[in-house]
Design a protein around this ligand. Structure first.
Ligand code: PHE
Length: 338
């Protein structure tokens, strides 16, 4: 019995070692370890052995089974490795790969994100409002009377139902105050629309960023400090900021903000970049009327607002001379802003 088992082992190991593929290996497994394979038959034969022989032969039988199983496993791993090597034989892994083109955010989006980050550090949060607006939110609530030129059909896109495409993001001031009591400290980036002839410096749809800060005892000093800090962070410490008296229906007093900075081409010319002012009490009154309360009591609270165009700022900052490039989506232009 012992020599029979040794013979089975020798044969099995030789056959497994010679198996040329996985099919041959499987045939060998069935031949030796399968239900009627020689190792299995040998263990059937155990029954006929004497009590003294059983432990010794049983131990040997186990060893034979283990070495056949081990040989099957390692031959299988070797065959798999061979197959993998063959599959890669014609591939030169040292060749350079196909480059992946990485996209980038639109230059206006990049500028908008930077501006948001700066205002966030001063505690401003994002606010929003619809592009399609009512005359109330775009004009009446902003103290802009019915005969104001901005309301002219030639200047604004009206819908058949009387609504319109907002001409500025100042609508977000009203939307915000309608829905929450003071204190308010928001920035509202978004699209604005005007019925302008499209040329190198005008688009019918452009981008603005609005700001509004309302609380008790907000002053012009807060307005100046906030805007100066913003423009210095955006344009560099050499930026000089000038507040020039101006008029907006919804702020009083009102200013235009002029800037000189190396980052803006470095010229000696003051560039007019934003409008701002202290929220007009009439605006608070129309908000209160809408809310049906006195949350924005102009005797108790005050605030400032500002707004600026992102497109023009982006143009000046990057030396772009035609605003239409921002909307044409030519990747040769856009890929320069990474
Ligand atoms: N909405 C004004 C514009 O579009 C800018 C502005 C915003 C002015 C807020 C004052 C306060 O020109």
């Amino acid at each position: 019995m012992e020599s029979q088992l040794e013979q089975i082992r020798a044969e099995a190991l030789a056959e497994i070692d010679a198996a040329a593929d996985e099919a041959a290996l499987e045939a060998a497994r069935v031949k030796y370890l399968g239900r009627s394979g020689s190792v299995s038959l040998a263990s059937e034969g155990m029954k006929t052995l004497s009590k003294e022989e059983k432990p010794r032969i049983g131990k040997l039988l186990n060893e034979v089974r283990q070495s056949v199983t081990g040989a099957l496993d390692s031959r299988k791993a070797a065959l798999e490795a061979q197959r993998d090597t063959a599959a890669f034989a014609d591939i030169d892994v040292t060749l350079p790969g196909t480059p992946v083109r990485i996209g980038a955010l639109h230059p206006i989006t990049q500028l908008q994100d930077r501006a948001i980050q700066i205002f966030r550090r001063m505690g401003f949060v994002l606010a929003d409002g619809p592009d399609i607006e009512t005359e109330f939110h775009c004009f009446d609530a902003l103290n802009t009377p019915a005969d104001h030129p901005a309301r002219n059909e030639q200047d604004t896109f009206y819908l058949a139902d009387g609504r319109l495409l907002r001409t500025h993001t100042s609508t977000i001031q009203i939307r915000t105050m309608e829905s929450q009591p003071p204190p308010v400290r928001i920035i509202g980036p978004g699209a604005a629309y005007r019925r302008d002839e499209v040329d190198a410096t005008h688009l019918a749809q452009f981008n603005q960023m609005e700001g509004l800060y309302v609380d008790e005892q907000v002053t012009v000093a807060d307005l100046k400090g906030t805007c100066e800090f913003f423009f210095r962070e955006l344009l560099g410490k050499d930026a000089r900021v000038r507040f020039r008296p101006h008029f907006f229906p919804f702020t009083e007093p009102s200013f235009e903000i002029d800037i000189k900075a190396g980052a803006l081409g470095g010229g000696e010319k003051w560039l007019e970049l934003a409008g701002c002012g202290m929220v007009d009490p009439a605006v608070f009154e129309s908000v209160n009327k809408r809310r049906g309360d006195d949350a924005y009591d102009p005797e108790r609270i005050s605030g400032f607002a500002f707004g600026f165009g992102l497109d023009r700022l982006a143009m000046i900052m990057s030396g772009v001379t035609d605003i239409r490039l921002f909307t044409e989506n030519d990747v040769r232009f856009l890929s320069q802003f990474r």
